[in-house]
Design a protein around this ligand. Structure first.
Ligand code: ATP
Ligand code: SF4
Ligand code: MG
Length: 438
C-alpha cells in the first residue's frame, strides 16, 4: 500500500485515537435507508446465479432463465486455500473526550467500543463480507487489518505471523505490499491534479524505490488493463475528471493491483456507483479473485451484495459479530434476530413466496458505540428479548457447519423457531411500510 492509503499511524498508542478522516482519502457516510430497489433486485439476481453456480450448480435459485448459465458454462467451483488472516479478540476502543481541556489533560470520559472483541479468519482465495449498519465497526476493523488504526486489544495474525505490534513505515512496507485497501469514494481517492498513470504508479515509487522506470510502466499498464481500462495507453494520460464514476473506481482498483497484493480490504467499493456499474465492478472483483487468487475482506452495509459476492458473511452489530457463516446459509437460514431483520429488508433474489412473513422493521435508536447496552447489545431493539438478554451477553455458538450465531435463542433450530414470524408479529399494527433504520 502506498502512503496515500496509509495515513498517520495512531500516535497515542493503546487507547489512542486515529481518525478515519485524518489527511486521508476515506469518506465516511451514513448508510442510506435500505429499501428494496427493482434494479438492484435484477442486479443481485444475475450475480447470484453466477455465485450459486460457482459453488454448487444444483443450487441456483435465481428465477429468470436468462440469468442462469447454459449447461457447462458455469464457472469452476472456487477453491480456497489455507488461512491467510486471523483476528483474535480484536478490540478498538476510542477514548471519548469532552473538549479541549480533556484533550490537553488526556482525560477520558469513556470509550467508543468501535470493535469490541471479534474473532475472524479468512482463507486464501476467500471473500468474506463484513456487513452491518452504520457505526457497527466495519471500517474500523478494515483499518486495523491494513494497519491504519491501532488495536487496543487482541491479535492480528497474517500467514501465521503475529503482526499486531508491527509498526513503523519501514517495518510495515513488506506487509503493505501484500495487503491493499480500496475505499468507497473514487472522487476523494484520486487527486484531480494527477494523471491516471501517475496515480497507479505512485505505490511502486513509494514501496519499491529501486524498480526501473520501464518495469514500473509495464506494471502500470498491466494493472490498468487488469482493471478493465483497455487499452491502458488510452487511460494513463487522462485526468480523473475525464473519466466516468465506474472508470474512476477501476483506476482505484488498478492502484491496488499494481502492488500485486494477496489480500484486498474493500470498504464499500461500489456503494457510490449506479446499480448497472456496480454489477460490472463486482464482476471484475470476482474475475480478479479467479485470475490473481485474490482474497477479499469486503465491507458493505448491503446484505444482497454480500450474498452475491461472498463465500461467507459476518454480521456486525455495535462492535461484535452477531452471526457468521456460509453466505447462502446466513441469508437463507439466519439464526440471529438482527440478521433476520437485515435479511428481511434486503432486496431479495427470489420473489416473495405466498404467505411469506412480513418484512421486519428495525426499530429503536441508531446504535451508539459509546453506550453499548449490557447483556445482548441488540436487546433494546430486539422484539424477542427476554430477561436473560438484558444481563448476559450471548456467546457465538455453532448452529451449523461453519455457521455461528450469538443469540440465546440460536440453539433452537431455525425451522422450529419461526423467529422472523415472531419478529414480524411483534411489529405493532399500522406501522408504515418497511424501512430499515441505519
Ligand atoms: N477515530 C475515531 N474516534 C472516535 N470514534 C470513532 C473513530 N472512528 C470511528 N469511530 C466510531 O466507532 C464506531 C464504528 O465506526 P466505523 O466507521 O468503524 O463504523 P462503520 O460500520 O464503518 O459505519 P459506516 O457504515 O457508517 O461506514 C462509530 O461509533 C464511530 O463513530
Ligand atoms: S439474545 Fe435476546 S436480545 Fe439478543 S438477539 Fe437473541 S433474543 Fe434478541
Ligand atoms: Mg464504514
Amino acid at each position: 500500500m502506498s502512503d496515500r492509503a496509509t495515513g498517520p499511524v495512531d500516535p497515542h498508542g493503546p487507547h489512542g485515537s486515529t481518525d478515519p478522516h485524518d489527511g486521508h482519502v476515506h469518506h465516511e457516510h451514513g448508510v442510506a435507508p435500505h429499501e428494496p430497489d427493482p434494479a438492484a433486485h435484477a442486479d443481485a439476481a444475475h450475480l447470484a446465479a453466477e455465485h450459486a453456480a460457482a459453488h454448487d450448480p444444483s443450487r441456483v435459485h435465481v428465477p429468470h432463465p436468462a440469468h442462469v448459465h447454459a449447461p457447462g458454462a458455469a464457472p469452476e467451483p472456487h477453491v480456497v486455500g489455507p488461512e491467510l488472516l486471523r483476528l483474535e479478540g480484536l478490540e478498538v476502543h476510542f477514548p471519548v473526550r469532552g473538549g479541549v481541556i480533556d484533550s490537553l489533560l488526556r482525560r477520558t470520559r469513556g470509550y467508543v467500543r468501535a470493535v469490541d472483541g471479534i474473532d475472524l479468519s479468512i482463507r486464501k482465495g476467500e471473500i468474506l463480507a463484513l456487513v452491518g449498519e452504520s457505526g457497527s465497526g466495519k471500517t474500523t476493523t478494515g483499518r486495523v487489518v491494513v494497519k491504519l488504526t491501532r488495536q487496543t486489544g487482541g491479535r492480528i495474525v497474517f500467514e501465521g505471523e503475529d503482526i499486531s505490534e508491527l509498526w513503523g513505515t519501514g517495518r510495515l512496507r513488506p506487509y503493505r505490499r501484500r495487503v491493499q485497501l480500496i475505499f468507497q469514494d473514487p472522487y476523494e481517492t484520486l487527486d484531480p491534479r494527477h494523471t491516471v498513470g501517475a496515480f497507479v504508479e505512485e505505490p511502486l515509487l513509494v514501496g519499491t524505490k529501486r524498480m526501473p522506470r520501464e518495469e514500473r510502466q509495464r506494471r502500470v499498464r498491466e494493472a490498468l488493463e487488469a482493471a478493465g481500462l483497455r487499452p491502458a495507453s488510452d487511460f494513463a494520460a487522462r485526468y480523473p475528471h475525464e473519466l466516468s464514476g465506474g472508470q474512476r473506481q477501476r483506476v482505484v482498483i488498478a492502484g491496488a493491483l499494481v502492488m500485486d497484493p494477496e489480500l484486498v480490504v474493500a470498504d464499500e467499493p461500489v456503494s457510490m456507483l449506479d446499480v448497472s456499474i456496480r454489477t460490472e465492478l463486482l464482476r471484475l472483483m470476482l474475475d480478479l479473485r479467479r485470475s490473481r487468487g485474490l482474497t477479499y475482506l469486503f465491507i458493505t452495509h448491503d446484505l444482497s451484495i454480500a450474498w452475491v459476492l461472498a463465500d461467507r458473511i459476518a454480521v456486525m452489530y455495535l462492535g461484535k459479530i452477531m452471526e457468521i457463516g456460509p453466505a447462502e446459509e446466513v441469508i437463507r437460514a439466519p439464526r440471529n434476530p438482527y440478521t433476520q431483520a437485515l435479511v428481511s429488508v434486503s432486496p431479495s433474489t427470489d420473489p416473495p413466496e405466498p404467505g411469506a412473513p412480513a418484512r421486519t422493521i428495525l426499530v429503536g435508536e441508531t446504535p451508539d458505540a459509546a453506550q453499548v447496552p449490557p447483556g445482548c447489545r441488540f436487546h433494546p431493539r430486539c422484539p424477542l428479548a427476554f430477561d436473560r438478554c438484558r444481563v448476559e451477553e450471548p456467546p457465538l455458538v455453532e448452529v451449523g457447519e461453519g455457521h455461528r450465531a450469538a443469540c440465546w435463542l440460536s440453539g433452537v433450530g431455525p425451522r422450529d423457531l419461526p423467529v422472523i414470524d415472531a419478529v414480524a408479529a411483534a411489529i405493532p399494527a399500522g406501522m408504515p411500510p418497511p424501512v430499515a433504520t441505519s
